[in-house]
Every structure is written in C-alpha cells, then in structure tokens.
Design a protein around this ligand. Structure first.
Ligand code: NAP
Length: 253
C-alpha cells in the first residue's frame, strides 16, 4: 500500500518512523520546503509543493498513491484544503492526523484572536516586553508596533530582522521544557506572550510557563480546516492503515 504523508510536523515524522519497519506499507513524506534544515525522515522525502490541488491530484495518480495522510500543522489550512480536493478527484482515501487544540485552564489569561494583525492590536499602545513564538514568515505585522520589545523564537533565523528598534531572536526547534521557558521569560522580563494554538506537547512549555508566571497569552485561534475523517494519534493512523490494507486484501482475493 502506497501512502503519501503530508508532513512538516513531529507527528508526520513519528508516523513515517512507525511505518518504516512494515514492508506492506510504502510511505513517502512530503514537505513544503520552508525549513532550511529539515529533520531527517524514516521514509523518502519530496519537497517544495505540488502546484495546488490539481498538482497534488496529478501526483497521487502518477505515483499510484492508495492513501493520503494529512499530518500537516493545524495552521496549514491551504494544503489541507488541497488534500481534500485532490483526494476527492482521485478517489484516494484521505485521513487527517490532527492534534487537539490546547484548552484554557481556570487560571489562564488568554486573549484569543483570529490573526497576527489582531495579535499586534491586542498588545496595546503602551510599550511592553513581548515573547513571540510564531514562524519567521508571520512576523511582519509586528513592525507596525515598534514601541514594544520583542523576544522572537522561531525554528529558522529571522532574516532580515524585524524593522523594530528592540528585538532579540532565538532560532530553536522544540521540544522545550517548562522550567527552561519560565527561565527565558523571567530573564527577559516578558510581560505578554503571542502564540498560536498549535496543540501538542512539544511547544506547550511556554503556555505552562506563562501560567506559572501569571502572564497573559495572546492566542491565535486555529483556522477553519476541512471537515475530513481525522484521528489524534499516530497509533490510530496505523490502525486505519491496517484496516484499509485488510479490506483491500480481502477485495483482491
Ligand atoms: P499552507 O499555507 O497550508 O500551504 C501553502 C502551500 O505550501 C500549499 O499550497 C503547498 O503548495 C505547500 N505545502 C504546505 N505543506 C506542504 C506539504 N506538507 N507538502 C508539500 N507542500 C506543502 O502551509 P503553511 O502553513 O505555510 O505550512 C507549510 C508547512 O509547514 C506544512 O507542511 C506544515 O505542516 C508545516 N508547519 C506549519 C506551521 C504553521 O504554523 N503554519 C507550523 C509548523 C509546521 P502547493 O500548492 O504548491 O502544493
């Protein structure tokens, strides 16, 4: 069974790893190609996109893909929409692997917003010390509020830097620890955090650290994602594939 995993997440890597020892499955991982040094994968990798839903459909046909697993980040809404269209037009089975969003607990102070522009507004006019945990391509709106100090953590270096007078950049890939993030926030006297509701454990540390320090979090809500069959864990994807394999073997007999 040939499986295309739309990746770019820890879960997609873990899925490729889980399928690596299974000779009945042949997985390919697809990356957008945004990260300068992507982590190695336990399956062959293609990178750079397909050219829209039609391009993805063409790839599915040409490569005789049986199952498409959308294991992309919950904020990667465009590729998820393309996955639904391409799977629909080619009759390829589609399953989404989606981590549940983080839920606010009683003592959390979250200001939920729909966009980065709204997040910038939520910081207010008064200069503040702000920790920004977003991708390097999402930072531009912060240049419109140069009165704040920004501590920016992103996977790849921010180049060119933001056009603001006071910013510090950290290029680092999770997972991070809560104590580490508490220390980081305290060391830079951070007053507010901007994050997106990615879900999962790898980057939850900043949310837990904000809670411990009583800091408000400007939380970007998830974009609307297509309504497709989805599961929350790698194990459930493997179960789905095992089941699909059993059905196709039975049909072949
Ligand atoms: P997006 O807005 O949904 O997609 C934009 C375009 O990038 C797509 O139309 C597609 O190009 C290409 N693309 C995206 N994911 C791809 C994949 N896995 N394989 C091949 N092409 C892909 O995506 P995004 O938000 O920029 O995210 C890009 C990648 O980074 C995703 O793989 C995602 O899992 C990962 N990521 C995203 C975030 C985030 O916050 N957005 C965070 C962590 C990791 P074509 O139309 O040419 O096919």
């Amino acid at each position: 069974m040939r499986i295309l995993i739309l990746g770019g997440t820890a879960e997609a890597r873990a899925l490729a790893q889980a399928l690596a020892g299974r000779s009945e499955f042949e997985a390919i991982v697809s990356l957008a190609g945004r990260t300068a040094e992507p982590l190695p994968q336990a399956a062959p990798v293609i990178s750079g996109g397909f050219g829209g839903a039609e391009g993805l459909a063409r790839y599915l046909r040409n490569e005789n893909i049986d199952v498409l697993i959308d294991a992309t980040h919950p904020f990667a809404a465009a590729i998820s929409a393309n996955a639904l269209k391409a799977a629909g037009s080619t009759n390829v089975k589609l399953l989404a692997l989606r981590r549940p969003p983080w839920e606010k607990v009683a003592c959390d102070n979250w200001i939920e917003v729909e966009s980065v522009a709204q997040a910038v507004q939520a910081l207010g006019e008064t200069p503040k010390r702000v920790f920004v945990a977003l991708g390097r391509n999402e930072l531009q709106p912060f240049a419109g509020a140069p009165q704040h100090f920004y501590l920016v953590r992103s996977v790849d270096p921010v180049d060119p830097p933001l056009a603001v007078p006071d910013a510090v950049y950290i290029a680092a890939r999770g997972p991070f620890g809560e104590a580490e993030d508490r220390d980081l926030l305290a060391r830079h006297n951070i007053e507010m955090i901007v994050a997106k509701n990615s879900g999962g454990q790898a980057t939850y540390s900043k949310i837990a650290a904000a809670r411990a320090l009583g800091l408000p979090v400007v939380m970007l809500k998830r974009p609307a994602l297509p309504d497709v069959t989805s599961v929350a864990t790698v194990e459930e994807v493997v179960d789905f594939l095992d089941h699909a394999l059993t059905l196709s073997t039975a049909r072949g007999v």
